[in-house]
Design a protein around this ligand. Sequence first.
Ligand code: GUN
Length: 288
Amino acid sequence: MSATIIDGKLISAQIKDELKEKTAVLKAKGIEVTLAVVLVGEDPASQVYVRNKKKACEYVGFKSLSYELPAETSQEELLKLIDELNGRDDVDGILVQMPLPSHINEKAVIDAIDPSKDVDGFHPMNVGALCIGEEGFVSCTPAGVIQLLKRGCEGNISIAGKECVIVGRSNIVGKPMALLMLRENATVTVAHSKTANLKEVCKRADILIAAVGKASMITADYVKEGAIVIDVGINRNADGKLCGDVAYDEVKEIASAITPVPGGVGPMTIAMLMNNCYEAAVRKAQEK
Ligand code: GUN
């Protein structure tokens, strides 16, 4: 039997609609949510991402401030802008689109963002908070995967006690994903390019999360019958077609549930960014 498709487009739309309602309630209390979006250079993919983030802000009722800086912008100039945005009471969230031009140190930029405005959840303070179970901002893509698991399959997926294998150990996806699944009481394995017997390790998974960045690498022989398969990858195959890390057509015949690419994890990232911005504004208002 073919797997149930977990529809990220639909679930992200639900989350954005919920946020739209909650944002209207805040607005009625005189609180406006504002996201500052910073783009350095003219990378076409980044331009698309930034445009979509600004569109999502408009949809849910946030104000977005846009800073589109030339590729030659110095690190000092960028840090000065971040400092200014950190100090502005009317800015709730700051997003600096990655990757940055090679003359700018990404870590220095991430570290400069006020953790209470770090809606990407990249600052070491927020990563540390996630690690020890304190309140903070969680990286949007792994947070989106949790929502897909909680809301997909009519809310019938249980995570607690399940074997979860995550393939990939990046700071943005693999590592925070492991911490989030642990928080949900899964038994978590993080596999990576050096893992021995990767196929066998993946085959243990009740929930298999692929975040490797290799087109269609997870074939049917990596997947246990009835597993839930989440595909974080966004790659182009030899024909230039968008595809995930999972060989979708064959894996969907074995899995019990699966996310497609596109239309799975992708749209969730922006929805969770909107959620983090909303939370930033609410937390700021509570401090006053
Ligand atoms: N570049 C690719 N994904 C992301 C993301 O989630 N946040 C930022 N700031 N840049 C990115």
